[in-house]
Ligand binder design. Structure first.
Ligand code: CTP
Length: 394
């Protein structure tokens, strides 16, 4: 992505401090950030905090000469690839919906041709007020974007909708909109992620250390490139990403059923989940009590989901993962052939700073035509990007 410019409008509310987190994440993506604060926003957090994080002068109305903002609002409005209003109060939403431009932020929103995204945060009763809702509906109809607030306990003590959306969701949304590589439009991509669980009794199970990070990163990359995405995820702490169908499952069988539901209509299927190969021969519906002696549990083979897909596939591009601690290429290539795959992502789990649960991965991608693409150690989002670039060549 070439260097993009996001103008962040901060309007006054208790959630102002959360905008710092969003800006910090966007800066790490090498996005140029310019902040405009309303006067009331500066009552909550000082402009200096925003200046330090954005590494650019913060524009406020407090000391601005009218002449200065004449020029500034136009230059920022022109420079923006996207404007993000976080948090967006009822006041700024109302102003924009009704064409009022009486300060630096509202004039810049009015003057920009870039997409504008509002992330509202306010008291539940205010959010539900018909005037606010009508303003939001009108702005949506006019092409403005909204990131729905979350429900929960608000700063005023009320419980309901109006909390600022999760900050990661907001930064993901912005990064996704800035991505102009839309080469998966019209394609359906099915991704599995995370571990599966085999239950032993009502309180015990066996599972594995998969965090789901790799699969979620792949699903998000596919979404950002315009694909229609279905993510089937085993238990993972990662919240649902926006803009895709997410099916949460627990067991091998549930994952198998969910995957089969969408397999035939998919173009690309990527199985990054760490699926359990065995399940207890017998499920105890009452908790197993301890005895003096040892305990052994018999396990039986469970479905090999990927192998089933390999047998069933027609035109789908089918991609598997191989987590190996030794003989990486040889083992992975064996799986590619046995499971009738088009590609396999061979993952070296012998190193502690890559693979399971870490943010980075060290992989070699092998194709059914015998090509090998050894990637450097990189974060999982970049692995996902490289994977789609390689598939695209086919
Ligand atoms: N997989 C699957 N169903 C299983 C086991 C694995 O769909 N029961 C998929 C995984 O999602 C992954 C690929 O198969 O894409 C490779 O998984 P792995 O467990 O490494 O391979 P196995 O063939 O099970 O070999 P082994 O455990 O002996 O290494």
């Amino acid at each position: 992505m070439s260097k993009k410019c996001v103008v962040v409008g901060v309007s006054g509310g208790v959630a102002v401090y959360k905008a710092l987190d969003v800006i910090s994440t966007l800066r790490k993506q090498d996005i140029d950030i310019h902040v405009i604060m309303t006067e009331s926003a500066t009552e909550f957090v000082t402009p200096l905090s925003f200046q330090s994080l954005s590494q650019n002068m913060v524009v406020t109305d407090m000391f601005a000469e009218p002449k200065a903002w004449e020029i500034q609002h136009i230059s920022l409005a022109k420079r923006a690839d996207l404007m993000l209003i976080v948090p967006a109060t009822a006041n700024i939403i109302g102003k924009v919906a009704n064409g009022i431009a009486d300060d630096m932020l509202s004039t810049t929103i009015m003057a920009t041709k870039a997409p504008v995204v509002f992330a509202p945060a306010m008291n539940t009763n205010m959010y539900e007020n018909v005037i606010v809702q009508e303003n939001i509906t009108k702005l949506k109809r006019l092409g403005y974007n909204f990131i729905e607030p979350a429900s929960g306990r608000l700063a005023c003590g009320d419980v309901g909708k109006g909390k600022l959306a999760d900050t990661k969701l907001i930064s993901d949304y912005v990064i996704s909109m800035l991505n102009d590589q839309k080469d998966l439009v019209g394609k359906k991509v099915l991704v599995t992620a995370g571990p599966t669980v085999s239950d032993i009794d009502p309180v015990r199970f066996i599972s594995n250390r998969s965090s789901g990070k790799m699969g979620f990163a792949i699903a998000e990359e596919a979404r950002d490139r315009g694909a229609d995405v279905v993510l089937v995820a085993g238990p993972s702490d990662i919240p649902d990403p926006f803009g895709m169908k997410v099916v949460r499952v627990r067991t091998n069988e549930q994952m198998m059923n969910a995957v089969l539901e969408d397999f035939d209509s998919s173009d690309i299927v990527i199985k990054s989940a760490a699926v359990a190969d065995y399940k207890p021969k017998e499920y105890h519906d009452k908790k197993i009590k301890k005895t003096e002696g040892d305990l052994s549990i018999d396990f039986v083979r469970d479905n090999d989901i990927l192998k089933t897909l390999g047998e069933r596939k027609k035109d789908q591009i089918l991609i598997g993962f191989a987590a190996e601690s030794n003989d990486l290429i040889e083992n992975a290539d064996g799986k590619l052939k046995r499971k009738n795959l088009d590609y396999i992502v061979a993952n070296d789990i012998s190193k502690s700073d890559t693979g399971f649960a870490s943010d980075d991965n060290l992989v070699t991608i092998i194709s059914s035509k015998g090509e090998q693409f050894a990637l450097d150690k990189m974060n999982k989002k970049d692995v996902a990007r490289n994977l789609f670039n390689i598939i695209k060549k086919r």
